[in-house]
Write a protein that binds this ligand. Structure first.
Ligand code: NAD
Ligand code: IPM
Ligand code: MN
Length: 366
């Protein structure tokens, strides 16, 4: 049987730096566990614009549709700020998500014991935290029409539209309920049904899917603003949170700080099963291209490495290897290894991006 295929799109800023560490780990699994992947690499974001004048070339889009999984680093940077909206690096990523129809974005926030002191919240609030935010990723205000900037009278008007169909809500709700069954069996759905019709429909559809298909899962509803507050007040009350595209973007960045650093948060963006039974999938850290530290060997590669662990689990059915990789990350953190973003109360041992990757490999091998 052919090896599973992976397309690597390292992107901009710290993207290539953190992805280098993932590539070392992929090689390690090949050399030591006989797990071989067919790797190919291509451009997305600002680097694709520099090479081709577009943030995602059609050939790259076509490749992404064919492979078993895409691994992405990060896109964007100040160099591209002045570009026309349609050419911005972020449009490349959004096109991948939309055209691959990756509607379910899994953003786990887990607080490793070694980092419980690093959160801006008190240790007992975050210690042992393990929540999963399921963000709808292909619809809502990110993609709704009409959109644009036009002139009305003598002033400009900026327009975006929040739009959700029943089936879009139903499929992401199902994905949240399925995940909950494998975890703490609880789903909290967040919207603003008090002010938005799309929120009313969201709440109705989630409630209907629950009653018909998942009555065994505990379901609650929260307005998303209260949800943001509850996430910092008492995050351990949650197991799975399901929410729309924009609320999910905000809530997952907030959840990042519960874990100590944005450099720790992985994600999986999943779509419908392909002919081979694997879901369409793209894995990427939640963080961006971090222009302030790019090129300095300071970036924390853990979010990108944990994203690869999610690929092992969700695309390749290698749950044991995913557990081992996560345990290796936990071990190096317990040993006190710290990239700059993790320098905190315990002092720790400062390490570079590549030293962190090497230590994780050493822990895997131990
Ligand atoms: P960012 O996530 O790039 O950085 C926010 C802060 O977190 C910075 O201080 C940065 O140094 C720090 N940080 C982020 N990741 C880190 C890591 N792995 N290790 C250590 N520190 C880390 O967000 P931003 O500054 O708002 O955005 C910068 C660019 O990235 C923008 O162009 C934005 O659109 C883009 N962006 C891309 C993605 C993506 O590719 N998925 C996600 C978010 C932002
Ligand atoms: C994320 C990012 C993206 C988003 C941007 C870069 C398009 O912030 O993945 O969280 O807003 O979805
Ligand atoms: Mn974001």
């Amino acid at each position: 049987m052919a090896n599973p295929s992976i397309l690597i799109l390292a992107g901009d800023g710290i993207g290539p730096e953190v992805m280098s560490e993932v590539k070392k780990i992929i090689s390690w699994f090949g050399d030591n566990r006989g797990l071989h992947f067919d790797l190919s690499e291509d451009l997305v974001g600002g680097c694709a614009y520099d090479a081709h004048g577009t943030p995602l070339h059609d050939d790259t889009m076509a490749k992404a549709q064919e492979v078993d999984a895409v691994l992405l680093g990060a896109v964007g940077g100040p160099k591209y700020d002045a570009l026309d909206f349609s050419l911005k690096p972020e449009r490349g990523l959004l096109r991948l998500r939309k055209e691959m129809d990756l509607f379910s974005n899994l953003r786990p926030a887990q607080c490793f014991d070694a980092l419980a002191d690093f959160s801006s919240l008190k240790k007992d609030i975050v210690a042992g935290l393990d929540i999963m935010i399921v963000r709808e990723l292909t619809s809502g205000v990110y993609f709704g029409e009409p959109r644009g900037i036009h002139t009305e009278g003598n002033e400009r008007v900026g327009i975006n539209t929040q739009r959700y169909t029943e089936s879009e809500i139903a499929r992401v709700a199902r994905s949240a309920f399925e995940l909950a069954r494998k975890r703490g069996n609880k789903v909290c759905s967040m919207e603003k049904a008090n002010v938005m019709e799309s929120g009313i429909l969201w709440r109705d559809v989630v409630t209907e899917i629950h009653a018909k298909e998942y009555p065994d899962v505990e379901l609650s509803h929260m307005y998303a603003d209260n949800g943001a507050m509850q996430l910092v007040r008492n995050p351990k009350q949650f197991d799975v949170i399901v929410t729309d595209n924009l609320f999910g973007d905000l809530l997952s960045d907030a959840a990042a700080m519960l874990t100590g650093s944005l450099g720790m948060l992985p994600s999986a963006s999943l779509g419908a099963p392909m002919a081979n039974g694997r879901p369409k999938a793209l894995y990427e850290p939640v963080h961006g291209s971090a222009p302030d530290i790019a090129g300095q060997g300071k970036a924390n590669p853990i979010a990108c490495i944990l994203s690869f662990a999610m690929a092992l689990r969700y695309s390749f059915d290698l749950g044991t290897e995913a557990d081992q990789l996560e345990a290796a990350v936990e071990k190096v953190l317990a040993d006190g290894l710290r990239t700059g973003d993790l320098m905190g109360p315990d002092g720790g041992t400062p390490v570079s991006t590549s030293e962190m990757g090497d230590a994780i490999i050493a822990a895997l091998a131990a």
